[in-house]
Design a protein. Structure first.
Length: 120
């Protein structure tokens, strides 16, 4: 699960490499983000040509923490914590690197799901 201060990898081709979570949106009781949550991130490391120290919004697409999401009781666990950067609800990049989960479709992020090579 993602908390404030967690470093995450960016899973699109927007030019950012590593970001840090600074705020979790729409979570009141538990301040931990799961797959499909919107967070505010600070850009820490970027590829050439991208300005660092920007504040952006992102959608969590992969987490290391195995959490029960499916009705059949199955668990999902990934090797990294990853996000997709968004602007006004649409992804900044033009490609998604890696897979996304079916839960993003339930949360109505159709553009991210359609750009991803794999949907689990």
């Amino acid at each position: 699960m993602i908390t404030v201060g967690t470093y995450l990898q960016v899973s699109d081709n927007s030019g950012a490499k590593i970001v840090q979570c600074i705020k979790i949106l729409h979570r009141f009781k538990k301040q931990r983000a799961i797959i499909g949550d919107t967070i505010i991130v600070s850009l820490k490391q970027a590829r050439m040509g991208r300005n660092t120290q920007n504040v952006l919004k992102a959608i969590v697409v992969e987490t290391k923490k195995a959490t029960k999401y499916r009705k059949d009781g199955s668990y999902l666990q990934f090797d990294r914590n990853a996000v997709v950067l968004i602007n006004n609800g649409l992804p900044i990049g033009t490609r998604i690197l890696g897979c996304v989960t079916h839960e993003l479709r339930k949360k109505r992020y159709f553009k991210i799901v359609s750009m991803a090579p794999y949907v689990i």
